[in-house]
Ligand binder design. Structure first.
Ligand SMILES: Cc1cc2nc3c(=O)[nH]c(=O)nc-3n(C[C@H](O)[C@H](O)[C@H](O)COP(=O)(O)O)c2cc1C
Length: 181
């Protein structure tokens, strides 16, 4: 992203005089929007494991294979993510609401309970996840009080026997058998 585009973005974000959603109104919209649940994991420069729950993971493009997530700049994980060359993203299965809750709990060792395996390259991935991606961080874009972190996918693993965990209306859900059509 060029400096010019970033300056325009900053100028737009600084514009507080136009009518905009309150945080409550914003949440009223997004609680109605279902999201898959992922855990982002990495190993920091001092070999410490870092990880957090994220519903903000999006697919950006298949070619090149890019995905992104947003991370609050106030997060305890930001220091490690700001310096990371690579990280892993595990997409949780329907039975892993406890894992999601653990990786969103402040002030605990989120890895102490186990349930993860280190890849040969060092990043931990969550055991039993429906899929995972290991990727290289290609961009950290400041947007408001968060960073949009873009990642080029290098490696992956998938299983096709498990259904994903879905976060909707502040509650965890599993996908059942009923389809829309
Ligand atoms: C379902 C769920 C989804 C979340 N998604 C995000 C996210 O996309 N980005 C983010 O910065 N934090 C997200 N969080 C919050 C973080 O997982 C974590 O709880 C927060 O960063 C507090 O951790 P800290 O006290 O170690 O900073 C989510 C939490 C939950 C429960």
């Amino acid at each position: 992203m060029t400096a010019e585009v970033l300056r325009a973005l900053d100028a737009d974000l600084a514009q507080q005089d136009e009518v905009q959603l309150t945080p409550d109104a914003y949440k009223e919209v997004f609680r109605r929007h279902p999201a898959g649940v992922a855990v982002v994991t990495l190993r920091d420069e001092d070999d410490r494991l870092v990880g957090f729950t994220a519903t903000s993971v999006i697919s950006v493009s298949a070619a090149p294979p890019l995905l992104a997530f947003s991370l609050a700049s106030t997060s305890s994980s930001w220091g490690a993510v700001s310096a990371a060359r690579t990280l892993a993203i595990s997409f949780l299965s329907g039975a892993q609401d406890d894992v999601s809750a653990r990786f969103a709990t402040s002030g605990i060792d989120r890895f102490a309970a186990g349930g993860w395996t280190a890849l040969p390259s060092g990043e931990p991935v969550i055991d039993g996840a429906v899929s995972w991606v290991r990727g290289r961080v290609v961009q950290r874009t400041p947007v408001g009080g968060s960073y949009l972190v873009s990642v080029r996918a290098l490696e992956h693993g998938t299983t096709d026997t498990v259904t994903p965990l879905v976060y909707h209306d502040r509650t965890y859900h599993r996908i059942g058998d009923s389809t829309a059509i």
